[in-house]
Ligand binder design. Structure first.
Ligand SMILES: Nc1nc2c(c(=O)[nH]1)N[C@H]1C(S)=C(S)[C@@H](COP(=O)(O)O)O[C@H]1N2
Ligand SMILES: [Mo]
Length: 513
């Protein structure tokens, strides 16, 4: 029971118990300071842009799971090492554990918006981890038969061995219970389901029936909340207690305004169909979606604070954890339907999408407009304050580039049967007059006009389809959009960094004999 491998396991178990304890304590203080998450976020924040882009491209929305997994693996290897060291001299092993925790605490403290309270989960991790290691070490030492073996010690070593296994087993259960309790506490603290939303002053008519009903494979006209793409720098979802939450509008304004959720819900609410798009979306990618948003016009909020005399050129918004996003003030106030949303598709905002409130601004990529879990809007200048992505050299002025996406048929390695094949998808040209025309080209031939789905709003995407008489063999299918102002989309290939991808979506389709 005192083998190296047993002690490596002790180190891992003790660390898991510590992490469980840290997770539970963090659920009460601030969930993001849970040690694993804190280290993960610190890693994300320091990831060079090309590597982050690669991770998003390669792992898609699983990029964060992969990251947490790698962080965990690294931590547990070191934890095993700590265990092995504790076998000879307990203090040395314990010290390695403490150093691991200090690194996590440092990570928690360097995360945006961190306060002294964020060290508490790390403290809990250290105490619980070292205590667990000490307990396992004691059980193992007891189980070890004395050098001068006599009948009594070998008898007691049998009991001791069982004690060690029992101890180790309880640690596994304890770690899982602590982490599970942490999750539960977080979930129970405040749920979007507890919020009742008032109706808009002028509710929109129901959306028309989308093409997806007739042509399976085309994206739904309105993306259900649970299927809506999610892009943010968070590993977990911030848990905001709506009763404690306020929105502050400050900076270069006539007067600072502080509003509670109820204050906002009591204002005149508007409803808008707007398609969000992520700058990280590659041509044909998944990071785009249409939803119906309920909220207040951003302008109503800015007027309350008074911005007539402001010298600001940016809206610098901050989320509940200190993450910041810059929006060009001129664009947010040029008459487009910029809003502070509290509802999405008839429900309070889901936690993943910014509960209790977020910004939604049509025509601007999400990273310069769609601040989730928003807490503060500061009127300031780009010269004075730099936000998260500005610091990482992403563009500050980033209108959404119109684009057409082919959703169906599936590209290689799938095959389709010859004959009539419906080519279909979605296209968007927010604030640029919407989608006016979609054209499809087969095998690089002439551009043929596709049919458009129901019209919703210029700030919304539009479904389209084209009937193609497919012949056996390999074919290329391309689509392009012309916006309501008569401009053809950019056909120039550009990567997402720094201001959004462009180029034509082209698929290789294999048609069977
Ligand atoms: N607080 C916060 N808000 C954020 C982000 C973030 O990382 N943190 N990501 C932005 C980006 S890049 C996009 S594209 C949209 C995505 O919104 P969604 O996850 O609801 O689709 O949120 C924006 N708002
Ligand atoms: Mo984004």
């Amino acid at each position: 029971m005192r083998s190296r491998s047993a002690y490596a396991a002790f180190g891992v178990l003790a660390t898991l118990v510590g992490m469980g304890a840290g997770h539970l304590v963090a659920a009460f203080t601030s969930p993001a300071s849970s040690p694993v998450l804190a280290v993960g976020s610190a890693v994300i924040d320091r990831t060079p842009v090309p590597l982050a882009q690669w991770a998003i491209r390669t792992f898609g929305t699983a990029d964060k799971a992969v990251l947490i997994g790698s962080v965990m693996l690294g931590v547990l290897l070191l934890a095993g090492l700590a265990g092995v060291l504790a076998r000879r001299r307990f203090v040395v092993g314990a010290a390695v554990l403490v150093v691991l925790v200090v690194v996590a605490a440092a990570a928690a403290l360097t995360n945006a918006g961190a306060g002294a309270l964020d060290v508490v989960p790390a403290l809990a991790t250290a105490v619980a981890g070292v205590a667990a290691l000490a307990l396992l070490d004691r059980l193992a030492r007891r189980a070890r038969p004395a050098r001068t073996t006599d009948a009594t010690t070998s008898a007691s070593s049998g009991v001791g061995r069982r004690g060690v296994l029992l101890g180790a087993g309880s640690m596994v259960v304890l770690a899982a219970a602590l982490a599970g309790a942490g999750r539960l506490v977080g979930r129970l603290r405040s749920a979007p389901a507890d919020v009742t939303l008032p109706a808009a002053a002028q509710p929109l008519p129901a959306l028309p029936t989308g093409l997806e009903e007739t042509y399976p494979g085309i994206s739904p006209l309105q993306v259900p909340n649970e299927d809506f793409y999610r892009v943010d720098t968070r590993l977990d979802v911030p848990i905001v207690d709506v009763d404690d939450w306020t929105l502050t509008i400050d900076g270069d304004v006539d007067q600072e305004v502080v509003l509670t959720f109820d204050d906002i819900a009591a204002m005149e609410l508007v409803e808008r169909d707007i398609t969000l798009t992520c700058v990280s979306n590659s041509v044909g990618g998944e990071f785009v979606g249409g939803a119906r948003w309920l909220g207040v016009p951003l302008m109503s909020l800015l007027k309350m604070a008074g911005i007539e005399n402001t010298k600001a050129d940016q809206l610098f918004s901050t989320d509940v954890d200190g993450m910041t996003i810059s929006t060009p003030l001129a664009l947010a106030t040029d008459g487009r339907d910029a809003m502070l949303a509290i509802g999405m598709n008839g429900e309070p905002l889901p936690r993943e999408h910014g509960f209790p409130a977020r910004m939604v601004i049509p025509g601007l990529y999400g990273f310069i407009s769609a601040t989730k879990w928003i807490e503060r809007i500061t009127l300031t200048t780009y010269a004075e304050q730099e936000s998260y992505w500005t610091e990482r050299d992403w563009a500050t002025d980033a209108p959404i580039k119109p684009s057409a996406r082919i959703d169906t048929p599936q590209a290689l390695p799938e095959t389709v049967a010859p004959g009539e094949v419906v080519v279909g998808g979605v296209a968007w040209a927010q604030t640029q007059g919407g989608v006016a025309k979609i054209e499809v080209a087969i095998d690089g031939g002439d551009w043929q006009q596709a049919e458009l789905g129901p019209e919703v709003d210029n700030d919304y995407w539009r479904q389209w389809f084209y009937r193609w008489d497919a012949t056996p063999g390999l074919h290329s299918v391309a689509a392009r959009v012309t916006d309501g102002e008569g401009d053809l989309q950019s056909t120039k290939e550009a990567p997402p960094f720094p201001s959004g991808s462009s180029g034509i979506h082209l698929l290789q389709i294999s048609v069977s004999d």
